[in-house]
Design a protein around this ligand. Structure first.
Ligand SMILES: [Zn+2]
Length: 151
């Protein structure tokens, strides 16, 4: 099987609607198909090409959505560690003041050890990826907010 380097992100799906699609309606089918592609590769012209997942790029709300986790501004919203936020009702913001909390790991994510971080089980855990490191955020608005609110 050949390996072709592709540095361009690939759009997997685009959804349009008045609300987010139910996670359980589209993600399991995607994961099943992607696992087949990872195992067998894809045919491009006469060449069988091996496919590898480098990482998922999402904005912050989309990342939480596909991972089945709470949002970045929830008490257990930090994607990197198990810090618990404190909500200030007067100022209407969440603060994460501790900096030495245990880090999230692929294993702790898959086992949903921090129950308050997980809203539902995501089919993405069936993929050969690291659930903490391989799903990154890339929007400056939420990166800035994450930087301010957590580590
Ligand atoms: Zn953190």
């Amino acid at each position: 099987m050949n390996i072709l380097a592709c540095d361009q992100p690939m759009v997997v799906a685009i959804y349009c609607g008045e609300s987010k699609p139910p996670l359980q309606e589209f993600l399991p089918e995607f994961v099943t198909e992607l696992n087949e592609i990872l195992e067998t590769g894809i045919q491009v012209s006469q060449i069988r090409v091996k496919v590898k997942i480098r990482y998922f790029v999402c904005d912050t709300p989309a990342r939480s959505f596909i991972k089945g986790t709470v949002g970045f501004n929830a008490k257990h919203g930090c994607i990197k560690c198990t810090v618990t936020g404190e909500y200030d009702k007067d100022e209407r913001h969440m603060s994460f003041s501790k900096v030495d909390c245990p880090l999230r790991t692929d294993e702790s994510f898959r086992r949903a050890l921090d129950e308050d971080h997980h809203k539902e089980e995501s089919s993405l855990i069936k993929l050969p990826i690291y659930m903490v490191e391989d799903i990154i955020i890339a929007d400056s608005l939420h990166l800035f907010a994450t930087y301010l609110l957590g580590r």
